[in-house]
Design a binder for this molecule. Sequence first.
Ligand code: CU
Length: 185
Amino acid sequence: MKVLNVVFCVLYGLIGKVVCFHCDENAAHCFTSLDIKSAFTMIGKGNISQVYVKDRAIYSINPAITDQVSIDDIITADGWNQTRHLITANGSMPGPSIIIYEKQKITILVTNHMINEAVTIHWHGIDQLGWPAMDGVAFVSQCPILSGQTFNYTFQPTFGGSYWYHSHVSNQRDMGMYGAFIVLR
Ligand SMILES: [Cu+2]
């Protein structure tokens, strides 16, 4: 399983789809970062512009582009033919998988690059025993991370397991972001 995870990390890194973080097994303290940015679903780069789904393939609304659009060039999110505002971590949604080992401490620097909203990251299912400010729900136990700010989340999970992280954003209309958080035994 460990080998498989490493292989997936390298593979994802190579295809540039999801960059994943896998901490060195011998490290006592792991460090990574999440850059939070705004993005749109169903919008391609450059002149791809808006896209739509037809016969299980993705096409640009730009009549000059008749070829199918690669799914790697857009964020489909819920896959519906609709452009919605969403947030990304390190340019992707889902965000990068974060894989550490039991008894390791982790520091995740979360930077809010969005210009108009506040964000926090909830580390879903992790007991934040002793450091409640790391839980990630704004106005409950931590302040929201405002535009341009970086927050240092440092904690040590109590138990191994498969968890996930997700955003809490100030603007309720936006689609949130999530990613896998794995603590290997
Ligand atoms: Cu949660």
